[in-house]
Ligand binder design. Structure first.
Ligand code: FES
Ligand code: FES
Length: 195
């Protein structure tokens, strides 16, 4: 089969739900695996991707942990798990946040959007996802969901960023593969400024 076609399919999988990239643990604890003595789950109602999800959460649990290990939303990646790489970026009330650095309890009453919540019910990709596909932006794809969420957040506040503004907007998202220029091309395409 055509290598380029195969790669485009791989990228679409990464971009729609992050499933093709790094489903393995990246420094994350499995739910309940490092539970301190006397910690008690509390049932929370969270608004995730437009739906109310009821989930038991420990007091010190991070949003990234809850999304991945309790709700199965593994598109949100865990790279560093300490607020350095941006792989876990989600939108909270439309603002990009590192989900590894936010307690789930602090997400109560807020709208959380993950990469799984971007595409339409009929499977149509969000324009940012589509731009990332068209630019064949990812390499391994591990950082891609975070890059996409950072881009969606950026374009909500600045729909037509300059390339420099886009670089600044994505500066909190590291890419071990060094695909930065491809991601910037995708941001420019998503904002209708492809050259
Ligand atoms: S996993 Fe959250 S910033 Fe790296
Ligand atoms: S595409 Fe591999 S880490 Fe960014």
């Amino acid at each position: 089969m055509d290598v380029k076609l195969n790669r485009r399919r791989f990228i679409k999988g990464v971009i729609a739900s992050g499933i093709a990239a790094g489903a393995a643990r990246h420094g994350a604890a499995v739910a309940g695996g490092d539970r301190p003595a006397q910690a008690v789950d509390r049932l929370l109602s969270l608004k995730i991707n437009g739906r109310i999800r009821r989930v038991d959460v420990l007091p010190q649990e991070t949003l990234a942990h809850t999304l991945r290990y309790r709700l199965g939303l593994t598109g949100t990646k865990l790279g560093c798990n300490r607020g350095e790489c941006g792989a876990c970026t989600v939108l909270v009330d439309d603002v990009p946040h590192y989900a590894c650095s936010m307690l789930t309890h602090n997400a109560r009453g807020k709208a959380v959007l993950t990469v799984e919540g971007l595409q339409s019910a009929d499977g149509t990709l969000h324009p940012v996802q589509q731009a990332f596909v068209e630019e064949l932006a990812p390499q391994c794809g591990f950082c891609t969901p975070g890059q996409i969420m950072a881009t969606v957040g950026l374009l909500r506040t600045n729909p037509q960023p300059t390339r420099e503004q886009a670089r600044h907007g994505l500066s909190g998202n590291l890419c071990r593969c060094g695909a930065y220029d491809h991601y910037l091309n995708a941001v420019m395409r998503a904002s209708g400024q492809a050259t």
